[in-house]
Design a protein around this ligand. Sequence first.
Ligand SMILES: Nc1nc2c(ncn2[C@@H]2O[C@H](COP(=O)(O)OP(=O)(O)OP(=O)(O)O)[C@@H](O)[C@H]2O)c(=O)[nH]1
Ligand SMILES: [Mg+2]
Length: 443
Amino acid sequence: MASVMSALGLKQETHLLKLLPEPAQLHLLYKGSHHGFYMHTLRSKFDKEGRFVVIVYFKSGDVKGGYLSKSSESEDQDAFAFEINHQEGTPFPVLDDSKATHFSTSWSNGYLKFGKCLKLYTENREICVKSFDMIYHQSGTEPRYLDVELYRVGSAWRELSWTEEGRGSLRKNLVSFKPACQSLNRVRVLLMGPPGSGKSSFINSVRSVMFGRVLLLPFIGTATKGFIKKLKSYDIRSERGGKPTSLTLCDVLALGDGETTGLTLTDALAVIKGHAPEGHDFQSDAPIKADPSINYQIHCAVFVLNACQVMSTSEDLTETLRTLQAEIADLDIPQVVLLTHVDKVCHTVQEDVKFVYSSRILQEKMQKAAEVVGLPVSYVLPVKNYSSELSVSCNTDILLLSAVHHILQAVDDTYEENHHPTPADASAEPPHLQNSTTSPVTF
Ligand SMILES: Nc1nc2c(ncn2[C@@H]2O[C@H](COP(=O)(O)OP(=O)(O)OP(=O)(O)O)[C@@H](O)[C@H]2O)c(=O)[nH]1
Ligand SMILES: [Mg+2]
């Protein structure tokens, strides 16, 4: 099927996706201009079960179609017809509501019909289209309609439960999370990325999720060389004034475009190995004097990239990211990529982040992010940080919590397999946290 190209434009697809009952991906099964305009060919492409979309492209540029939630002959109350133009997609409830869609069994004079809105039927063995009272057919050299396509409506490529319950259980998972590796009491996660990629915003956003309202903290800002200059750790508490969860997120100076600006490789590795003091000021040009007596080891390295900029990542930054990736892999420390600003690259996602795993644009950005860092796409976690809104919203929370969940999962997967507790691990806990439930971090 790879050689058969869908005629559905990206904008049309996003309008269509919004009409569907839940986030989904479309898989092209049939295209008239490729497979032939025969009703029986179209009919043969319907699987026994499933959800489908039929689309008719008219010569005028109009796009009309219908959605079926089952391929059987029985009534389909969820079916609807639709029309898509440049601005929007409009659904039409099927007019003959007792038979929302009807599919004839006999292909010789078979038809597929969505009430009175749209009917595909056979005339002279070829498909004709009737929309309300207008009839369109492929006549001679002057086609009245251009193409017919059939898509299977598949699940989004990653599935998440976009419900209040889904949010609740992800939140609960974080609150009750205990690392599988018993010598780890806390999981320290380091966020690294270019200036403005959203490292500090992610910390602020995760804390906002837990507190149930968007926090307005002073550490978010824009500066070409990086706004944050110090190594700073933030415990994630279950609620305002509540107990810290097992997760600590660490913020550092942004990565530069090469070795001459921003966080250096030596400093990054000193931080990851846990030999850098909390509060270390990277502005002072001196490299960190790694102090092996300090042990604030990082358990997961997160590369934070901005989805708006990922396609134009400079060669220098790519090299920095790949070098770091290789060095960190050598230390047996798990790594993931956090792809921020997903709301800025796709309109559908901007309206609702639940479309993040249906969006072809996002899929492309995630592939590029994986390639830039040198990790598989399954390690890329898209998020939308809270940046302009004042209150939290369920689906944004879900995407953020799901990213946190995958980070903790990566830690568990790695440390369960690779980690052989050594005496040094006993002090993997920062000294001030041992035997104490209170943390020096005041947030
Ligand atoms: N729309 C949108 N804006 C974001 C997102 N994440 C961050 N921002 C905005 O991007 C800007 C930079 O975010 P920061 O969190 O300060 O970026 P940073 O990576 O910490 O930057 P440095 O500290 O300079 O290294 C801020 O204006 C944020 O509000 C996002 O997912 N979506
Ligand atoms: Mg910052």
